[in-house]
Design a protein around this ligand. Structure first.
Ligand SMILES: NC(=O)c1ccc[n+]([C@@H]2O[C@H](COP(=O)([O-])OP(=O)(O)OC[C@H]3O[C@@H](n4cnc5c(N)ncnc54)[C@H](O)[C@@H]3O)[C@@H](O)[C@H]2O)c1
Length: 367
């Protein structure tokens, strides 16, 4: 049976990938993206989805409960997939307030809208609220600790992860208190196309191509479990479709890497691409590979950020055993695909870097 999904944060990195994934995989479903278009939201990224008549975009705030209620009612939304958030840890350290507002109050506002329309007005209908969260709610691990499971105690260490933890608790509470059908997924670090250039992988790709330093926090030994964004979308699909109501599922990439090793792997990949594709030297004359140098010469160690978690690792065996979730991409292949996407979509990241992606939106759609 066909469905209508409301995807909050649909113009952000994972939201865009998810809209494209869903429209392709479910040819009868409707997808509505709701996004406030904060600095991290880019409607240009939804160009492919916008060509599809089963897709629509609504510029709006998840804090606007009445707007969300109207959408749920009038568009007959079956499920909400909730990505909208402030998502950058560094920004949460310099300005935590917006994180509390969007991630906690915003999630609560969505829950209130879902309760009003789905439980009060449409009591006999079936709906699901899927909440997208992070492994960072579990805190940090030492090198020998077992990976985070769904029963690991929450110990968030940054304002970002604390705000996500609070939102997870509210989602859970709406299930236990009011009977709202909810699921939550806590996933590890994503990478792939449309990733905003403030995050580690796109930042490093763009800095290598521009001949700029590659800043590495502290000793670079912070370990993350890297998950290709399409594998994350598959995991959310499985939880939304087959997950048990009220349950949480961890989604990981089985792919722990220290930041410094990740950046070195990226440097090697870029050097290999420059050796294979001669036009890259003309397109990116400032890249070390254009001057006969290795990209890793750009690596520069900088002071560690406060409270930097040492290691995250995700045990995804619950999703694997119950739902058949397995990441399909190998790290090497998916990192190569990601690099190639940035090489092929120079205009996308240049317009993000210089801020002109906002003018593009005005030109295309009016302010
Ligand atoms: N990127 C990762 O590696 C990762 C890992 C684990 C979990 N997550 C979670 O996945 C979700 C999506 O992450 P992302 O990397 O795509 O984030 P992102 O920052 O790229 O996108 C967030 C989107 O939310 C929108 N938004 C912000 N405030 C809003 C509001 N008040 N109303 C409507 N829209 C609003 C922004 O405009 C943006 O488009 C987040 O909830 C994040 O916590 C991300």
């Amino acid at each position: 049976m066909s469905k209508t999904l409301l995807v909050t944060g649909g113009a952000g990195f994972i939201g865009v990938n998810f809209c494209n994934y869903w429209l392709k995989k479910y040819p009868d479903d409707q997808v509505i993206a709701l996004d406030i278009l904060s600095y991290a939201g880019n409607r240009h990224s939804l160009e492919q989805a916008e060509k599809n008549d089963r897709f629509s975009f609504v510029k709006g705030d998840i804090l606007d409960q009445s707007l969300v209620e109207t959408l749920l009612r009038e568009q007959k939304v079956d499920d909400i997939v909730h990505f909208a958030a402030e998502s950058h840890v560094d920004r949460s350290i310099t300005g935590p307030d917006q994180f509390l507002e969007t991630n906690i109050i915003g999630t609560h506002s969505l829950l209130k809208a879902a309760r009003q329309v789905w439980l009060t007005e449409q009591a006999d209908s079936t709906h699901r609220f899927h909440h997208v969260s992070t492994d960072e709610v579990y805190g940090t691990l030492t090198a020998d600790d077992p990976a985070f499971s769904e029963t690991t105690a929450y110990q968030p260490n940054s304002p970002y992860s604390a705000s996500k933890a609070a939102s997870d608790h509210m989602v859970r509470a709406y299930h236990h208190t009011y009977g709202l059908d909810v699921t939550t997924s806590n996933c590890s670090n994503n990478y792939g196309p449309f990733h905003f250039p403030e995050k580690l992988i796109p930042l490093c790709i763009i800095n290598i191509l521009s001949g700029k330093p590659l800043p590495i926090y502290g000793d670079g030994q912070q370990i993350r479990d890297w998950l290709y964004v399409e594998d994350h979308c598959r995991g959310i699909d499985l939880v939304l479709t087959n997950g048990r109501a009220g349950e949480t599922y961890n989604i990981g990439g089985n792919n722990e890497k220290a930041n410094i090793d990740l950046v070195k792997a990226l440097c090697d990949l870029v050097d290999a691409r420059f050796a294979e594709q001669t036009d890259l030297k003309q397109r990116f004359p400032d890249a070390p590979a254009s001057k006969g140098q290795a990209s890793d010469s750009l690596i520069t160690y900088v002071a560690d950020r406060p409270g930097h978690d040492r290691r995250y690792a995700v045990d995804a065996s619950k999703a694997s055993n119950e739902l058949g979730y397995e990441p399909q991409e190998s790290f090497e292949n998916a990192l190569g695909k990601t690099l190639d996407w940035y090489l092929d979509n120079e205009n996308w990241w240049r317009t993000v870097l210089d801020g002109s992606y906002r003018d593009w939106i005005d030109e295309q759609y009016g302010s």
